[in-house]
Design a binder for this molecule. Structure first.
Ligand code: SAH
Ligand code: DHB
Ligand code: MG
Length: 220
């Protein structure tokens, strides 16, 4: 089904998205630098952008920048006084991300923090930053529960949390999976479903990036 999913994605993008040389350039830079091609699809990127706009998000937190493809989509949803913090562990990824953020002209709104998210998140808290309206979690999957705990800590009532890659070609339902990414995402879904302060669901997706999905949650 992959050729059909990709062809339909092409069709939808052709009908609904304007040509975007800046984002094409960002993807080309990621490829040229040999980054893994695990950024969100173009339709999920625009979906996140629209969601942040619909939510009137002014403060966005992203965990897992890669080459800043999703970061650019999200930063473009911000009003001029808005701000986005994105956290990336790998210095080589962060270097590509910085160049792409500059080219996309969103560096004024984006604060890219280099380091392990579980080191950076306590720093953000101790800086006394005001709550994030929208949080996108898309880094190492075994840490997903820890990231969700931080997301709630840095939220307000009404904050939206999106957690990427929770279907993984259907592997998510394999209770005995030896894949730590699957187990990390399973633990995250269980955590979401049991948290008294969270209302959530998840959506399966197919398209150019294969078969996967995301969870979406609102903090009560
Ligand atoms: N959000 C990006 C894709 C992120 S891929 C997009 O859709 O465009 C996941 C990223 O998380 C990788 O760049 C990886 O280096 C980073 N990462 C992995 N472990 C991390 C950690 N402990 N802290 C912060 N970032 C991490
Ligand atoms: C992986 C991570 C991602 O963020 C993604 O979108 C796809 C795959 C991974 O670590 O395998
Ligand atoms: Mg992802």
């Amino acid at each position: 089904m992959q050729p059909t999913w990709s062809a339909v994605d092409d069709y939808l993008i052709n009908e609904l998205h304007a040509p975007d040389p800046i984002l094409d350039h960002a993807i080309a830079n990621c490829q040229a630098a040999g980054l893994p091609e695990i950024q969100v699809s173009e339709t999920l990127g625009k979906f996140l952008h629209l969601l942040a706009r619909i939510h009137h998000a002014q403060r966005i937190l992203e965990i897992g920048t890669l080459g800043s493809y999703s970061t650019i989509w999200l930063a473009r949803a911000l009003p001029p006084e808005g701000a986005l913090i994105t956290i990336e562990l790998d210095p080589a990824h962060a270097e590509v991300a910085r160049a792409n953020l500059d080219s996309a002209d969103v560096s004024d709104r984006v604060d890219l923090r280099l380091g392990a998210a579980l080191d950076i998140l306590p720093q953000i808290e101790s800086e006394g930053a005001s709550a994030f309206d929208f949080i996108f979690i898309d880094a190492d999957k075994p840490s997903n529960v820890a990231y969700l705990e931080w997301a709630v800590k840095l939220s307000r009532s009404g904050s939206v949390i999106v957690l990427d890659n929770i279907v993984r070609d259907g592997a998510i339902i394999d209770t005995d999976s030896a894949d730590e990414k699957v187990q990390g995402s399973r633990a995250a879904l269980e955590w979401l479903g049991n948290h008294p302060q969270i209302e959530s669901t998840a959506i399966q997706t197919v398209g150019a990036k294969g078969y996967d999905g995301f969870a979406i949650a609102v903090v009560k």
